[in-house]
Design a binder for this molecule. Structure first.
Ligand SMILES: Nc1ncnc2c1ncn2[C@@H]1O[C@H](COP(=O)(O)OP(=O)(O)OP(=O)(O)O)[C@@H](O)[C@H]1O
Ligand SMILES: [Mg+2]
Length: 291
């Protein structure tokens, strides 16, 4: 599917800005724009390398409505991280347009947060101070954010670990710190690049479920990159399937499984059929093994 494929709006648009505790903050109701949160339109991207030009992404177009979770799956090297970085304003593109909440992508936006595969925590700062880092960088109110940090650490199951250092934590706990750090400045758009890929299956499944619950509570827009088809189906409203490099979109799959979701959602006949559809789209595009 090389041309623009709009993702169907299946869930109600968010009409207020929830606070960390999930309740709408007084006086913060916002008129929800009918514009998508993210529009990627006819985007091409090449990298100049020592060995010549590498075409990473070819003619990629999709839209992400506000409050939706959209996952990108595809074989290694198909350009998933590149797409995410372009949306985050961390990478340029050669052709096409990307619009993020009504304006051009730019790094360091307050309304957009990115979480990478490894937690990238600062080893000399405690858990609490790592979570507070974006607050310092963005110059936000420290006392208000300190309370939010505490709430978030509780939410991600790290109460009591505030004064620990990253190297005293397991990989899963470090990713939880990273998740709290992503949420602390309340970005409306979350970009997550295989955040749980390095973790064991059980920990990943638990964190996926926590993410599902967090999303059902906060209703932020999320673009999520993964190699794992079941994970994509579990968390998403829509799954974008990409071909091997140069990455093109081969299928855009609406995930109409009911919410709230549980780990069993992907084992229902509907869930299994969706996983099969995505697997077939991937098999048609590459020989490479995808989980
Ligand atoms: N900074 C860069 N310089 C040169 N080539 C790059 C750069 N970043 C990515 N590429 C190339 O662009 C292509 C897409 O890379 P990208 O990291 O976006 O893929 P991916 O789908 O995220 O892969 P993976 O699943 O392994 O993370 C690859 O061929 C990669 O080698
Ligand atoms: Mg990647």
């Amino acid at each position: 599917m090389r041309n623009r494929a709009a993702i169907t709006m299946e869930r109600p648009a968010m009409n207020s800005t929830p606070d960390v505790d999930g309740s709408p903050r007084p006086g913060t109701a916002v008129a929800q724009s009918s514009e998508p949160a993210v529009t990627v339109s006819g985007v091409f991207k090449t990298y100049a390398t020592r060995d010549g030009v590498v075409e990473a992404v070819r003619d990629v177009s999709f839209e992400v409505p506000h409050g939706h979770v959209v996952s990108m799956v595809g074989p290694s090297g198909c350009g998933k991280s590149t797409v995410l970085k372009m949306i985050a304003g961390l990478e340029t593109y050669d052709r096409g347009t990307i619009t993020v909440r009504g304006s051009d992508p730019a790094p360091g936006r307050r309304d957009c947060g990115i979480m990478m595969q490894s937690a990238v925590l600062l080893p000399w700062r405690t858990v609490r101070d790592n979570v507070m880092l974006p607050v310092e960088i963005l110059g936000l109110d420290k006392s208000e954010s300190a309370q939010r940090t505490q709430d978030l650490l509780e939410l991600v199951g790290l109460q009591g670990f505030e004064k620990k250092f990253p190297w005293e934590l397991s990989g899963g706990m470090q990713q939880r710190v990273s998740l709290a750090r992503l949420l602390v400045f309340e970005p409306q758009l979350l970009l997550m690049d295989e955040p749980f890929a390095a973790l064991d299956e059980m920990t990943r499944e638990r964190l996926d479920l926590e993410l599902v619950q967090l999303h059902e509570r906060f209703q932020r827009t999320l673009i999520y990159v993964t190699h794992n088809i079941a994970e994509a189906v579990l968390i998403s409203d829509t799954v974008i399937v990409m071909t091997a490099r140069p990455g093109e979109i081969v299928d855009i799959v609406p995930i109409d499984l009911p919410r709230p979701r549980t780990i069993m959602s992907t084992t229902t006949p509907e869930g299994t059929a969706l996983i099969e559809r995505i697997r077939r789209a991937l098999d048609g595009s590459t020989e490479e093994e995808v989980q």
